[in-house]
Design a protein around this ligand. Structure first.
Ligand code: PLP
Length: 413
């Protein structure tokens, strides 16, 4: 089949706009009539420098931040590398902020809100790196459900009291959208609660919902997102760091220092000051992936025309597409069961079960036959998962909503 006849709902890598791929395909052979493929160009050439700068500028503009307040890094290693990187860097930061306490053998804590498979993995990595005794799991949402599975998020009132004071904590971490479990923090939460203590450093994994809704970047210490869902192709991760954090971290040395015996030394490829000082080019960065990200970001910015920002427009579209799907799922609740609780349903990853045994395989096969692909749930939880990222066209969602409707009507007959 050709691209136009396939609507792809995979969870990541996810679809990219066809015009972006067409431009990238030309560059793969002969970038800008240079006679060279972009994958053959030096990452240190002026051309690569422009691609990198333009992608950083576009990204900052989209999230309504500036280079005065935030630094954008492009890094390899996916979101998973950041699970480790934030721990190394921010425990070092804590030691730099609290030299006497660090000299006395203290390490500080890090804190995790565990709402799904990805935040759980991140918390496990922190436990591995700094020891379980230094990791405060503020809550694990499995403990708030009868099934002991992910699918809900307790109200802030239930877990606020478990937080340490900002000054004792290296950072608080959460995953804004849990890709596997279909759970998304409602807009503005939990960051508003966490930001009540100005000393608290908030880290958010936005891998699967970045640039799908507006947010206040000034409240976050670090945000990271693998590009392969809403931004571009697999291979680069965007990390946004508030400049005051980067400045203090850099005061520890531009190469990772040994601060005290109990603070782990940051491996150089994860050391934010090193990567920042090198302008994301400490080693060979896959510029082609940065280029694809830049094309997608520019395309999004081109929406910035009708008095509403590009991101506000994208948010409306994301909400609309999610509503189209949830409305049908709710309408046929005898056939479909949406897994997460209503208040925390993800707009990006719509996870549901088909109630009749054996019908999920039939549903997936029927979808594939009419060009609706990538609907299988994550192997760890099963079921159906519709990923509704930015590049999924409204028409594709409409087609899928119609299939959901027809499937349910046929099942009820
Ligand atoms: N965080 C979230 C929310 C994810 O969805 C994923 C991957 O799907 C990751 C982290 C891990 O990303 P990567 O595979 O790029 O390491």
């Amino acid at each position: 089949p050709d691209r136009a006849s396939v609507a792809y709902f995979g969870a990541g890598p996810s679809p990219l706009p066809t015009d972006v791929l067409e431009t990238a395909a030309v560059s793969l052979i002969n970038h800008n009539n240079s006679g060279l493929s972009l994958v053959e160009q030096s990452h240190r050439s002026a051309l690569s420098g422009q691609i990198l700068q333009s992608a950083k500028d576009s990204f900052l503009k989209i999230i309504n931040a500036t280079a005065d307040t935030h630094t954008v890094l492009f890094m390899a290693g996916g979101g998973t590398l950041q699970f480790s990187a934030v721990v190394y860097n921010l425990f070092s930061l804590w030691a730099l902020k609290n030299p006497e306490r660090a000299a006395n053998g203290e390490r500080g804590f890090c804190e995790y809100l565990v709402t799904g498979g990805w935040s759980s993995k991140a918390a496990d990595e922190a436990k591995r790196l700094v020891g379980e005794e230094n990791v405060n799991v503020v809550f694990d949402s499995r403990n708030y459900s009868e099934s002991k599975k992910f699918g809900n998020i307790p109200d802030a009132g239930e877990w606020k009291g478990n937080l340490k004071k900002g000054r004792d904590s290296a950072f608080v971490y959460y995953c804004d959208n849990e890709t596997v479990d279909g759970v998304e923090f409602p807009k503005g939460t939990p960051v508003d609660t966490l930001a009540e203590d100005p000393e608290r450093i908030i880290v958010a994994d936005m891998s699967s919902n970045i640039i799908s809704r507006t947010f206040d970047a000034s409240k976050f210490g670090i945000i990271f997102a693998g590009a392969q869902k809403n931004i571009g192709s697999t291979g680069v991760t965007i990390v946004v760091i508030r400049n005051d954090i980067l400045t203090l971290l850099t005061s520890g040395g531009s190469l990772p220092p040994k601060l005290t015996p109990q603070i782990p030394v940051t491996p150089v490829m994860m050391h934010y000051p090193t990567i920042s000082k090198a302008g994301s080019l400490y080693n060979t960065l896959p510029i082609f992936d940065v280029y694809i990200a830049g094309l997608t970001l520019t395309r999004l910015l081109q929406r910035d025309e009708s008095g509403k920002t590009a991101l506000a427009q994208q948010e409306e579209e994301s909400n609309l597409k999610a509503k189209l799907l949830y409305d049908v799922l709710d309408k046929y609740s005898e056939i479909y069961h949406v897994v997460p609780a209503k208040a925390v349903r993800s707009r990006m990853n719509i996870c549901f079960r088909i109630l009749a045994p054996g019908d999920e395989a039939k549903f997936i096969k029927g979808g594939e036959e009419i060009g609706l692909v990538g609907l299988k749930g994550h192997r760890s939880v099963g079921g159906i998962r519709i990923s509704n990222y930015n590049a999924v066209a409204v028409e594709s969602v409409q087609k899928l909503a119609q299939y959901l409707e027809e499937y349910a009507k046929a099942a009820l007959r």
